[in-house]
Design a protein around this ligand. Structure first.
Ligand SMILES: Nc1ncnc2c1ncn2[C@@H]1O[C@H](COP(=O)(O)OP(=O)(O)OP(=O)(O)O)[C@@H](O)[C@H]1O
Ligand SMILES: [Mg+2]
Length: 222
């Protein structure tokens, strides 16, 4: 059965979608069959990351409503990598039973199901939580992001969710907190494992040596 990975953050805009997409690409290059699922209902943008917004016929809400099959909603991004785009319908709310059968079906066909989610904790996180095998908490380097990650980690621990931390160098900023201190913070304050960082990319080009090395390290720890 496939690993079900949920990408989360406290603060918005810290790089969840970017992290989900890059990890999906990396795992697929490691010969794993991967599907990315966009559950940021109303604010889909995983498709934009891959410049595939014109190829969407069905979306995740269509699958969950039973309008189409999983196969019909899957868009091929790359060899071994598929994507189920999000919906623009911000009033969409899904049924817990359908989520279960949806994830069960994906987990029978893919090695990794990587789920991009909205910032914070919302009803979709609660519905997904029982099926997740790994959570990835994305934290940027700025003070607000660190503070929100701490709040988020408390919520996750209350829900007994196991998660690991990825630091995303989302902006070319000077570090207010030294890197080693940030990594230490993962152990002591967030009470979870730091598994690597994504370097700042002026232009997000996947075939970049520094980026690929970082992604390999993160994937090896998942
Ligand atoms: N490592 C990086 N280097 C350069 N730019 C980055 C990096 N990570 C993210 N970005 C940029 O930061 C912006 C926000 O990233 P992204 O959309 O992945 O965040 P998000 O957490 O998914 O946001 P939201 O909470 O709105 O869903 C995007 O413009 C993205 O290209
Ligand atoms: Mg996003």
């Amino acid at each position: 059965m496939g690993e079900i990975v949920m990408v989360i953050s406290g603060k918005g805009g810290v790089g969840k979608t970017t992290t989900a997409a890059l990890l999906g690409l990396q795992f697929s290059r490691m010969d794993k069959k991967v599907v990315l699922v966009d559950t940021d209902f109303g604010f889909r943008n995983l498709d934009i990351f891959f410049c595939m917004e014109n190829q969407i016929r069905y979306n995740v809400a269509d699958v969950l409503r039973g309008v189409c099959s999983v196969r019909q909603a899957c868009i091929t991004v790359d060899e071994n990598l598929s994507m189920i785009p999000g919906t623009k319908d911000d009033s969409f709310s899904c049924d817990e039973g359908r989520i279960a059968s949806f994830l069960q079906e994906l987990s029978g066909s893919f090695d990794y199901i990587i789920i991009d989610t909205p910032a914070g904790i919302s009803s979709i996180h609660h519905m997904l939580l029982p099926y997740i095998t790994q959570g990835i908490l994305v934290m940027a380097w700025d003070q607000a992001s660190i503070s929100d990650a701490i709040s988020m980690s408390k919520l996750l621990q209350r829900g007994h969710m196991n998660f690991k931390v990825v630091l995303n160098e989302q902006k070319p900023i000077r570090f207010l907190v030294p890197k080693q201190e940030l990594i230490g913070l993962c152990d002591t304050v967030l009470n979870s494992e730091y598994i690597g960082r994504i370097p700042y990319q002026r232009q997000l080009v996947f075939d970049n040596h520094k980026l690929n090395k970082s992604l390999q390290m993160i994937c090896s720890k998942l």
